[in-house]
Write a protein that binds this ligand. Structure first.
Ligand code: MD3
Ligand code: FE
Length: 205
């Protein structure tokens, strides 16, 4: 099933069944051993509440010195990011309706206190590519609005196994995570939520 909004936000509830969620989580945690979650710092000098890592040729990072950007290496280990799990590349081909493959996968880890304030994703080169998001673990209260910060917003719950595709007019929509409903899923050991976003960050060939 797919819930389509005219503006380019497509939610595929339960796109990954529980077995596929467990398999993907195992692929994620194996890569996290080499590329650990860390706490990025905003250009304003504030540590984010969400912990992050990346997979793929490019990863999104931020620090107080150089601000928001994509780079090929982990800021703490200096190593290249691990590869994007093949199951996610398959999902992109099936669901993203994109002109080519992704080159970045941002991995966000939320504990019960973590939030992500309303923002746009504008650090990528080509906004013709959509963003595809996969949620694992605890349910999030996601907020999405329009392309102006002042536009009205609506609230959508993102549960484990849900996939959403943000393309067209939704690609530059303001969005954020108001909170995570701790204890709503048993998938992630110790609790919490992992969100994976597939993106095209660099130049498209
Ligand atoms: C709407 N992540 O990493 S995923 C992010 O759940 C981010 O961790 C949230 O916002 C999370 O930048 C939301 C859904 C999502 C991802 C990208 C979008 C929604 C989006 C890009 C444009 C518009
Ligand atoms: Fe975002």
């Amino acid at each position: 099933m797919s819930l389509v909004a005219e503006n380019g936000f497509r939610l595929l509830p339960g796109r990954l069944d529980p077995a596929a969620q467990r398999d993907l989580l195992a692929e994620v945690m194996r890569r996290v051993e080499a590329a650990p979650f860390y706490r990025p710092v905003t250009p304003g000098g504030k540590p984010m509440s969400v912990r992050m890592t990346n997979f793929g040729p490019l990863g999104w990072v931020t620090d107080a010195q150089a601000g928001y950007r994509y780079q090929p290496t982990h800021p703490q280990t200096g190593e290249p990011w691990p590869d994007i799990p093949p199951a996610l590349l398959d999902l992109w081909r099936e669901a993203a309706d994109a002109p080519g493959p992704p080159d970045a996968c941002l991995v966000n880890l939320y504990d019960a206190q973590a939030r992500m304030s309303l923002h746009q994703d504008r650090d990528e080169r080509d906004f013709d590519y959509p963003v595809l998001s996969v949620s694992l673990g605890d349910t999030a209260v996601f907020r999405i609005g329009g392309t102006s910060r002042r536009d009205p917003t609506r609230s959508v719950r993102l549960s484990s196994g849900d996939v959403c595709v943000l393309g067209g007019g939704a690609r530059l929509a303001f969005h954020g995570i108001d909170r995570v409903l701790s204890g709503s899923s048993q998938l992630v050991p110790g609790g919490g939520r992992i969100n994976l976003t597939l993106r095209r960050a660099g130049a498209s060939t």
